[in-house]
Design a protein around this ligand. Structure first.
Ligand code: ARG
Length: 474
């Protein structure tokens, strides 16, 4: 097929389907490799339905503005609905020589309905078309991810509610620090995911603006009505500068940044699950449906799913850097570089969607082992701060109390005992302020119950946090 053949070409269905599009300008076709290198249809066909939705809104506006006739519009609508049905049924033949999703659909429309199809692109460019498609598509995906973020939060709230009173060691530096309730620990992730949800909702506001009407870069000489297209497509308004509308992808970058934070939170949770499930810790077990065995070690049950989520987080971070780098050197307005925005963006959506879906299921199915947690909290002097606080309440300055307890811990460690296991006269050796009531504060139950303020780990506070989250997620 020579591009020259275009010059003789009319709009006959077969020629429209086989020729390259604006080849009148050129004297030789691109090579096969360049064609493949340049084409985006292998991946941007995912935008087909929003592309048609945008085209129909554009065509209706052109008809309202008397740029095309009502008959043209009727033909375009009929043709597009056929194409939509064909794509839906997997009957549409995507052609790499037609470069991208836009040219594939337009070419097919012209083949089906003739001249009216050739009028669709009046006052429009692929530059404002693709920017519109991505925004329409991403808006829908954000809505789906927000629903998944809420489902994941609900799963975690359900888990926390079952364990408002289950005590485990809390860690800093991965060393036993102070007793916390498992419910409190789980609710920390609900807070993170609530912020992720808010970030997505906020990002959507900037995604939801209409680029169409910007045309190639400067606007169009046709009497278009952008506001009505924005309303029909459910946008909150129009992009107010045509050069900006076709060229910037900051909305996509912002989305991937928010997605990278979602993955970061899922990755931290995954890391904890992996640690908790290892034999040395044993705080939880995961149902078999999230685990794999080893090809050589028959005893193995590995937490492959959390490990993969942790691993895939790196890939989303990579996509964020790819998009930032893609943008940073581009002069106004559109450059073909922007075609490279799609694969990172699509993969980000797919990865976050799958990760959230699996994690929500997994979170609800975690098998908690309160006995292992209780045993662990009795090692590592988790209530040492409680003893220092106790002495402080009895009148010792906190710094002195800190030192007295440090000595007690050093001695207890030598004896191989926990603080709560030291007899009263031994404890009194560190301060005469110690009384019989000291054992209440040295117990993990007493320790968590005493942290009874908003944000604290006391079971009552966790129940309140669960209730607040339930109301927000209702
Ligand atoms: N496939 C292109 C993209 O993804 C569509 C816009 C093409 N515009 C152009 N002037 N070549 O960005």
């Amino acid at each position: 097929m020579s591009n020259k053949s275009d010059q003789q070409g009319d709009s006959g269905p077969s020629s429209a389907a086989t020729k390259s599009h604006f080849s009148g300008r050129f004297s030789e076709p691109v090579t096969e490799l360049v064609k493949r290198f340049t084409a985006s249809v292998t991946f941007d066909q995912r935008l087909a339905f929003v592309d048609i939705q945008g085209s129909l809104a554009h065509a209706r506006m052109l008809a309202r503005q008397a740029v095309i006739t009502p008959q043209d519009l009727a033909d375009i609508e009929r043709g597009m609905h056929e194409i939509e049905a064909d794509i839906g049924a997997g009957r549409f033949e995507w052609r790499i020589d037609l470069e991208d999703v836009h040219m594939n659909i337009e070419s097919r429309l012209i083949a089906a309905i003739g001249d009216a199809g050739k009028r669709l692109h009046t006052g429009r460019s692929r530059n404002d078309q693709i920017a519109t498609d991505i925004r329409l598509w991403l808006r829908g995906e954000i809505d789906g991810l927000v629903a998944l973020l809420r489902a994941m939060q609900r799963a975690l709230v359900g888990l926390a509610e079952k364990h408002t009173d289950t005590i485990m060691p809390g860690f800093t530096h991965l060393q036993v620090a102070q007793p916390v309730t498992f419910g409190h620990h789980v609710m920390a992730y609900v807070e993170m995911l609530a912020r992720d949800e808010a970030r997505m909702v906020d990002c959507r506001k900037r995604v939801n603006r209409l680029p169409l009407g910007a045309a190639a870069l400067a606007g169009t000489s046709f009497p278009i009505d952008r506001e009505s297209v924005a309303v029909e497509l459910g946008f909150d308004g129009v992009c107010e500068n045509s050069l900006d509308a076709v060229s910037d992808r900051d909305f996509a970058i912002e989305f991937v940044a928010a997605a990278a934070l979602v993955m970061t939170h899922l990755s931290r949770f995954s890391e904890e699950l992996i640690i908790w499930m290892s034999q040395g810790v044993g705080f939880i077990d995961l149902p078999d449906r999230f685990c794999y065995s080893s090809s050589i070690m028959p005893q193995k049950k590995n937490p492959d799913v959390p490990e993969l989520i942790r691993g895939k987080t790196g890939r989303i971070n990579g996509h964020l850097v790819a998009l930032l780098t893609l943008m940073k050197g581009q002069p106004l307005a559109y450059n073909k570089d922007n075609q490279e925005d799609k694969e990172p963006l699509f993969d980000t959506v797919d990865t976050v969607r799958d990760s959230l879906t699996i994690m929500a299921d997994l979170a609800a199915a975690i098998e908690v082992k309160p006995g292992r947690m209780a045993a662990a909290v009795r090692r590592g002097f988790a209530t040492a701060t409680d003893l220092a606080d106790y002495l402080t309440r009895k009148g010792m300055a906190f710094r002195d109390a800190h030192e007295a307890v440090a000595l007690a811990v050093r001695d207890a460690e030598k004896m191989g005992k926990d603080l709560a296991e030291l007899p009263i006269d031994v404890l009194r050796g560190y301060s005469s302020l110690v009384g019989e009531d000291v054992y209440a504060v040295l117990s993990p139950e007493g320790s968590v119950a005493s942290r009874n303020h908003i944000g604290g780990t006391a079971p009552g506070q966790v129940r309140l946090a669960v209730e607040r989250a339930r109301n927000r997620l209702a």
